[in-house]
Design a protein around this ligand. Sequence first.
Ligand code: LLP
Length: 428
Amino acid sequence: MSSPDNLAGAPDLAYREGALVMEEVGVAAMAQRVGTPFYAYSSAYLERRYRAFMAAFGGEALLCFAVKANSNLGVLRHLGRLGAGADLVSEGELRRALAAAIPANRLIFSGVGKTEAELGAALAADVHQINIESEAELSLLSEVAKRVGRTARIAIRVNPDVDANTHAKISTGRSGDKFGIDLARAPEVLRRAKELPRIEPVGLAVHIGSQITSLAPFETAFSRVIDLLKALRSEGIALTRLDLGGGLGIRYKDETPPSVEDYAALVMRLTRGLRLELAFEQGRWIAGNAGILVSRVLYVKESTARRFVIVDAAMNDLMRPALYEAWHEIVPVAAPESKAPLAAVDVVGPVCETADVFAAGRLLPPLAAGDLVAFLSAGAYGAIMSSGYNSRLLVPEVMVHGGEFAVVRPRPTYDEMLAQERVPLWLL
Ligand code: LLP
């Protein structure tokens, strides 16, 4: 079996006396209390990752956790207390960050399609920085800022036209992608920004994609942005901030992403002597391997061609395999015997779609109805992308802290599910 970095030597998820344990809590005990499926996150892992990132930069960086990766209030509060800021892309995320008591001066509002109301909310909260992705958005922000009498500190998000060599659906920095403003146009936009009322240009931002597993695309993109920053400075646009986005990849299977130390060394080499405030928007690197999705085997079914392991989690709970053909390691919660034979199985959920497959032809030890399994590396873009498809209840989330755990999003009841909707009066 391959080993994502949460099972490889880290104490946060390991087999102890034959059973999978997260920190000091048995996964089976959580399943007993919460029911399956559910997500569990390790506080210790999140903390270790946050501290490792900051240490790599000698403490001289603002890490704005990408809330889109995991927006649970417990997770945000935990990271916020450690000193993290938040990278936001909607008013909902802004409200979550504020509810988690993350200070406004650590909030960056990004996103390609912010509404007027969202720009107003960001100004009202007085966020640290708003990242601008189009000229039209810049004009609108100036209008809103004039109206409310606040000055917006902005960074221009540039599109450096760099291929991040990642899955096409999560690549954002090629010139045909919808994100950012073309590098060549950026100077003009900044000159205009300087003249606009209530707009204070403070920096540049870049984010070229997610799950990036080599330094080369980062180096190309960052170099282009830094050259631009220097050119702007030489014409008197004194930018002081650089937001280098997120995107640092993690190990799901056998990827070998760069270490955070090497990533930091690259950034420090490129920015040396420039006296810049650095910000980052990592999501997956912080949370990905902090979480697991726990599920129970419902049935094992043999067809002529395949053996199906049907579990009670489905594509609506963890969309990544169906959407991006993503690999998530699957491990039994009860440690298999060391000599247990591996057999190729298809691990599938109950949803009525052929895409509801977590793994096809996966080599796993014997599994039987009632067994618990854990999908690893599910702490980022897991619960957050879940839905109620097939009228399945939204999957609950649990946070583990040493020997204790807390349900940080309970499973709704069927009555709560039904209470969200209304039958129109003419049908009553
Ligand atoms: N900043 C911006 C502007 C972004 O668009 C993203 C991710 C991030 C930061 C955080 O990227 P990270 O550090 O997590 O790689 N649902 C997909 C991933 C979508 C990423 C979208 N943008 C998945 O499950 O793989």
